[in-house]
Design a binder for this molecule. Sequence first.
Ligand SMILES: N[C@@H](CCC(=O)N[C@@H](CS)C(=O)NCC(=O)O)C(=O)O
Length: 241
Amino acid sequence: MIKDNDTSGGCSGGELVVVTEEDDSKLKLKLYSYYRSSCSWRVRIALNLKGLKYEYKAVNLLKGDQFSQEFTKLNPIGYVPVLTDDEQDIVISDSFAILLYLEDKYPQHPLLPQDLQKKAINLQAANIVSSSIQPLQNLAVLKYIEEKVSSAEKLTWVQYHIGKGFAALEKLLEGCCGKYATGNEVFLADLFLAPQIDAAITRFSLDMTQYPLLSRLHNAYMELPAFQAAVPERQPDYVKP
Ligand SMILES: N[C@@H](CCC(=O)N[C@@H](CS)C(=O)NCC(=O)O)C(=O)O
């Protein structure tokens, strides 16, 4: 079942904010998350960048917590992440909707640039990850392929679809990439890319030599405290594979 966990810290301006147990009871934002979920990971980065403290509610996808009555009341499709904001009595599921909500409510550290071309590229890159890569490697899809076809086919499938998306991202970002995806500041595209690139490397053994730009971004993200604090290993529900 969904477990209350120690609160993870938020981080702003590179400094980690440690949330004490006393603070927990007052936290207005709750994130239903699974440590390895790339969709939850995007939101964790945003919360950290914006310096927002939140309560971490662990949903164990491998145990099927996402199908429990308690959870499907929050998100009928049974996916993490879900964010609840007690201040407004609001429940939001879907990482994109959550990120846009956070952006509207907490303008500090904007996730979208003013420049219209860069803004469009951020949205396009985020959508390549969230619509054209992640749904094809979702737990339910991979389980289905493994059961109906084979484990070997599962890996071929996932590597093909991640590779196709990564090839497009390399081309899309070629002209505008700086230290990060669209220049020298972190924006929305980076929040989608960091977990996706990490999953490609650590979970799906993708040969990253074909994607030099994305490989460079991956190293850059790993130096940022807001990104470091969002990695699976730093979450309260992390389990060593
Ligand atoms: N479009 C949704 C997708 C959510 C999603 O696919 N979540 C995955 C984890 S990253 C999940 O909960 N999978 C559970 C399952 O497949 O049963 C979002 O961006 O939040």
